[in-house]
Design a protein around this ligand. Structure first.
Ligand code: SAH
Length: 236
């Protein structure tokens, strides 16, 4: 079992507050059980449960490890703002797949009446790290406007799935020597012709995800899966 502890004191390892209640009362961990605590910044601590008190679970450190479950490549997902529950799904799945950074984006056809709850998104990313066994919690940044996205990603290595793209295919654009790649997925309303041109001028490559129109969250998960596979992250 993995528990997220944002500030870890190696000489005095213990679960307190919500983590303690969750471990001791919901999961009913026992003295002698092995658990891992991680700080979300790449450090894992394997521990054994020494004592369960009313207000804390006391642990003993056995071993430490770095960057467990972390990908060698730094993948950023720029995802247009979509409804909170769909965005949460994308955050959970992108975290499991190994994305390091998630940035919401507002473009022309983004629904403006949606405001994201960043606290919830962070919690979802943390739970996904606990569940899938990775030690770095992806950073979820504040939303960018489309122009800021362009400025930020100009001449970087970026693909964007575009539902009207006929030929651009991810496989042929993948360069395994790169260590940093971004994926921009547009909103449910799609991106405008002008936005498409601007992205291309900035060096981003439009790619197809097949002949069916996918929901934005599906497009994000599908595109990321192909990127991780083609970059050699999955040895199948
Ligand atoms: N409103 C648009 C669909 C937008 S789908 C329409 O009806 O045509 C939401 C986002 O998912 C798109 O902006 C695109 O980034 C991505 N997407 C969905 N299906 C895709 C496909 N078949 N190929 C490439 N990108 C796709």
């Amino acid at each position: 079992m993995r528990f997220y502890l944002p500030s870890i004191n190696k000489t005095n390892l213990e679960l307190t507050g919500e983590a303690h209640t969750h471990a001791a009362y919901a999961l009913r961990i026992r003295v002698g059980e092995y658990i891992t605590v991680f700080d979300g910044l790449g450090h894992d601590y394997s521990c054994v449960v020494k004592e369960i008190k009313k207000d804390k679970t006391v642990l003993e450190l056995l071993d430490t490890a770095e960057n467990v479950g972390e990908s060698e490549i730094f993948v950023t997902l720029y995802l247009s703002v979509i409804k909170q529950d769909k965005f949460e799904l994308a955050v959970q799945k992108a975290t499991e797949l190994g994305v390091k950074r998630i940035v919401p984006v507002y473009s022309t056809f983004t629904q403006r009446n949606v405001s994201l709850n960043y606290d919830r998104l962070n919690k979802i990313a943390i739970s996904a790290c606990e569940q899938c066994g990775r030690s770095r919690v992806p950073v979820i940044e504040q939303a960018l406007d489309f122009e800021e996205l362009l400025a930020r990603t100009k001449n970087t290595y970026m693909i964007f799935p575009w539902e009207r793209e006929m030929h651009g295919n991810i496989k042929s654009y993948i360069d395994k020597t790169k260590t940093d790649i971004s994926v921009f997925v547009g909103p449910e309303g799609g991106i405008t012709e002008e936005e498409k041109i601007k992205l291309a001028e900035c060096g981003a490559k439009s790619v197809t995800l097949g002949s069916r129109i996918l929901r934005a969250e599906t497009a994000a998960i599908a595109a990321l899966s192909v990127v991780f596979y083609e970059m050699g992250e999955w040895v199948l």
